[in-house]
Write a protein that binds this ligand. Sequence first.
Ligand SMILES: NC(=O)c1ccc[n+]([C@@H]2O[C@H](COP(=O)([O-])OP(=O)(O)OC[C@H]3O[C@@H](n4cnc5c(N)ncnc54)[C@H](OP(=O)(O)O)[C@@H]3O)[C@@H](O)[C@H]2O)c1
Length: 337
Amino acid sequence: MELGLVTLLRAAWVAAILPVVIALIPSSKISFFLQFVLGFAKRGKIMQSSSNKFSVPQKLFIHFYILASVWTTLLLVATWIYAYSTMPKISEPLLFSSIASHLTGGSRIFSLHSSHTSKEHRSRIAVSIFLLLLMEAQVLRRLFESIYVFKYSPSARMHILGYLTGLFFYTAAPISLCCNHAAEVYKFWLSLIQEFIVKGKDRMLATEVDWWRFLNPLIQLRWYSWIGAAIFFWGWIHQQRCHTILGSLRENREDNDEYVVPHGDWFQYVSSPHYLAEIVVYSGFVVVSGCSDLTIWLLWGFTVANLVLAAAETHRWYLHKFDNYPRNRFAIFPFVY
Ligand SMILES: NC(=O)c1ccc[n+]([C@@H]2O[C@H](COP(=O)([O-])OP(=O)(O)OC[C@H]3O[C@@H](n4cnc5c(N)ncnc54)[C@H](OP(=O)(O)O)[C@@H]3O)[C@@H](O)[C@H]2O)c1
């Protein structure tokens, strides 16, 4: 199942990246393909009101973050409790000790358990837990912003395929961060539930939780994971600032459907700094994982391709809409593009 899930996720990311990358090729021969992809990818101000067919309100973005918050929390809790429960005993009894003995009892599960408790393996699970923690910080903030910061105009829409892509993204992204251990975590919880059903609650409950051991995965992180976390929070903070600027643009204005030129923070350099900040956030994930996980690279690749496409259109839209638009601004990457 482990290999199957990883392969499936990688195939899904490649399938999602390819059309966007082809659309980004600057060739007049395939410009029709760019228009075709943009037909699905446009949203909000860059989506013409005439293309409202098969569209939904852009404020449904909130669905993405509700889904992502619940799903990420579930994966985080499941993986962290698994890591805690299968960590080698030091002096105190294990939480769910009966499950651990069950794991070490069955011949197939025993081989799993003994190999999985190696230091290297535990350190990789620690990275997954850390990535899920960071993802939680990202999606919870986005959920908050969708409710309290952004003021989506009633006319802002997105294509139904864009909406479905968003649901796909926030299902696939959190599991991509921990897919290498998903099978063993799943088996652990299945055994736990089976034992719970057979033995009942009274014989299952642990007496004490060792918080030091609980936090152990964070202590095991290598230096590059902390550098990745610093990159993540650099992007996180700037995205929060840029979203606050965007959310404030319509304050005290009667025409709350109107667009204005944003200023401040990374808006001084690029037209879509919130997209740039999102790319920095996902670059943080790549570095946390030690730049060695292909699934996370593909997740990053999709984010970059998708946001570069949207940023290019946004930049064109600003230049067309505002005569006095700052000419020194780039689309998404300062001094490059
Ligand atoms: N990881 C990914 O692949 C991915 C994909 C998509 C989005 N995202 C992230 O989600 C966040 C939101 O994306 P989005 O595409 O919804 O952003 P957006 O189109 O720029 O809209 C964000 C909010 O700001 C308002 N706004 C934008 N420009 C404005 C202007 N010039 N004047 C007044 N209001 C303005 C919009 O109003 P209207 O409602 O009127 O348009 C909307 O309420 C971004 O940070 C992005 O990085 C990530």
